[in-house]
Write a protein that binds this ligand. Structure first.
Ligand code: FAD
Ligand code: NAD
Length: 460
């Protein structure tokens, strides 16, 4: 039997990146993935297909409603949903094939099947070609699955999770989203732009928990104008397909009806039938694999990263952890700065943030000052026809160090990289204010917001 230095279970952004990095570190690596395609939730049924549909639906909306403003005349704009879906599938197919190529390049041995830990460094691969492999180290990177909600009967056709909502064969007339989180907002935008009446039911009194509240509030107003209907303070107690309709009930409310219901109330770690007990791997109180600062679990030689461990469930967070864990396993230094992990919601406009929110600073009693600058006052935003939103910077009241940056506006997801770099390098607001930003660019709003921290913005 071959003995591997490292066996990675799960080939999502955490697992496949860790496998590549470990191979680059000179380790003999295998990766066990139960799905035929590599790339995990993110590539198959998450980040990539959702962005392909967001882009297509946004272009349709632009062509239908906004091109006239640019002096571009377009008549009888329509869309072909099947073509949008096949474009999405081919993007996913191309990227997952790309990972197969990377595995070959780095001589990573791939096993197709369900991985189960047997203890003593052994992993069973269950499936069409069952086998057992032996490893000096094991990395659990099995990711997450959609969280169930009591009373909600997901049937995969009418009451669905994000996976099925990425492949509807036709546009639902009415779509009810349970949860105004990232999944609800992104997929709600896709189907609303294509013509669905979308109602979002949210338990809290706000949308997008975790995002800076001021920014989330502004976003809510704009998305309402765009056609999404938010009903906050709604605790969904049941949803099911009955007599040809989906019926959703909330505490103290009349039942609602729709063609489709999308459940998006979070995700839970994927740990079932993984053999964790046999291997001596302990979970925390929320069912996540417990790890120390070096991604080591309670069992010798077994590590874990990504959605299956605590922290934000984001692809790039999983990737950072994959690289750090692969370095640690190879005897090098590995570390993740969780304060500099950005998050992006790919609505129109996008919402992006990194570092602390204003609520977190208040709660921690950290003294701060803030500066903000609207895209309305930016030349490039005007030329693009995207003037909604603003950049908000939170800096330490005494040291001026950037503590958080939150952007609601065009290309916020790309702009936030500057903020992540600033936080990683311990930059101050003045550092950004003194840095030349090309004109005319959207990034000038970041410079202006940094100037605004001291009330010295030029263009407002
Ligand atoms: P996963 O990507 O979930 O990969 C785990 C892999 O392990 C899977 O392929 C699974 O099949 C495999 N596996 C599980 N158990 C076993 C087993 N026992 N044996 C073998 N294989 C196993 N994040 C972002 O950063 N940006 C986005 O835009 C974004 N959009 C998203 C959109 C949607 C609709 C969803 C659902 C998620 C989105 N996410 C996004 C979150 C992102 O997909 C996850 O954070 C990321 O995929 C986590 O990576 P991971 O490697 O930990 O796990
Ligand atoms: P989420 O945690 O973002 O939002 C879930 C929402 O459901 C919350 O607002 C919560 O208050 C609400 N909720 C919970 N119980 C409810 C109930 N009974 N009735 C009504 N509302 C209820 O979860 P999600 O949107 O499912 O996303 C899951 C994960 O996937 C997130 O952690 C996110 O990081 C990741 N994701 C990321 C991206 C991105 O980075 N662009 C996109 C999609 C998903």
């Amino acid at each position: 039997m071959d003995i591997f230095d490292l066996v990675v279970v799960g080939a999502g952004p955490g697992g496949y990146v860790a496998a590549i990095r470990a191979a680059q570190n000179g380790l003999k690596v295998a990766c066990v993935e139960k799905e035929a395609q590599l790339g995990g939730t993110c590539l198959r049924v998450g980040c990539i297909p959702s962005k392909a549909l967001l882009e297509a639906s946004e272009l349709y909306k632009l062509a239908r409603t906004n091109l006239g403003e640019f002096g571009v005349v377009s008549k009888e704009v329509s869309f072909d949903l099947a073509k949008m879906m096949s474009r999405k599938d081919s993007i996913v197919g191309g990227l997952t094939k790309g990972i197969e190529g990377l595995f070959r390049k780095h001589k990573i041995t791939r096993f197709h099947g369900h991985g189960r830990l047997l203890g003593n460094g052994k992993v069973a691969v269950e499936g069409d070609s069952p086998t057992e492999i032996q490893a000096r180290n094991i990395l659990i990177a099995t990711g997450s699955i959609s969280a169930p909600l009591k009373g909600v009967k997901v049937d995969g056709t009418h009451v669905v999770t994000s996976t099925e909502a990425l492949s509807f064969a036709e546009v639902p007339k009415q779509l009810i989203l349970i949860g105004a989180g990232v999944i609800g907002l992104e997929l709600g935008c896709v189907w609303s732009r294509l013509g669905a009446k979308v109602i979002v039911l949210e338990y809290l009194d706000r949308i997008l928990p975790g995002i800076d509240a001021e920014i989330a509030n502004e976003a809510r107003k704009l998305f309402t104008k765009q056609g999404l209907e938010f009903r906050t303070g709604m605790r969904v107690t049941s949803a099911e397909f009955k007599d040809g309709r989906c019926v959703v009930t909330c505490d103290g409310q009349e039942p609602l009806e729709a063609d489709k219901v999308l459940l998006g109330v979070g995700r839970i770690p994927c740990t079932s039938n993984l053999g964790l007990d046999a291997a001596g791997v302990k979970l925390d109180e929320r069912g996540r694999v417990a790890v120390d600062a070096h991604f080591h679990t309670s069992a010798e030689g077994i590590y874990a990263i990504g959605d299956v461990i605590p922290g934000p469930m984001l692809a790039h967070k999983a990737e950072e952890e994959g690289v750090a864990a692969a370095d640690i396993i190879a005897g090098k230094y590995g570390h993740v700065n969780y304060n500099a992990i950005p998050s992006v919601v790919y609505t129109d406009p996008e919402i992006a943030g990194v570092g602390k929110t204003e609520e977190q600073l208040k709660e921690a009693g950290i003294p701060y000052k803030k500066g903000s600058f609207p895209f309305m006052a930016n030349g490039r935003a005007r030329a693009l026809g995207h003037t909604d939103g603003r950049v908000k910077i939170l800096a330490h009241a005494e040291t001026d160090r950037i503590l958080g940056m939150h952007i609601f506006g065009p290309r916020a997801g790309d702009l936030i990289a500057e903020a992540a770099t600033a936080i990683e390098f311990g930059a101050s607001a003045e550092d950004i204010a003194r840095t030349s930003h090309a004109h005319p660019t959207l990034a000038e709003c970041i410079k202006e917001a940094a100037l605004a921290v001291e009330g010295q913005q030029i263009h407002m």
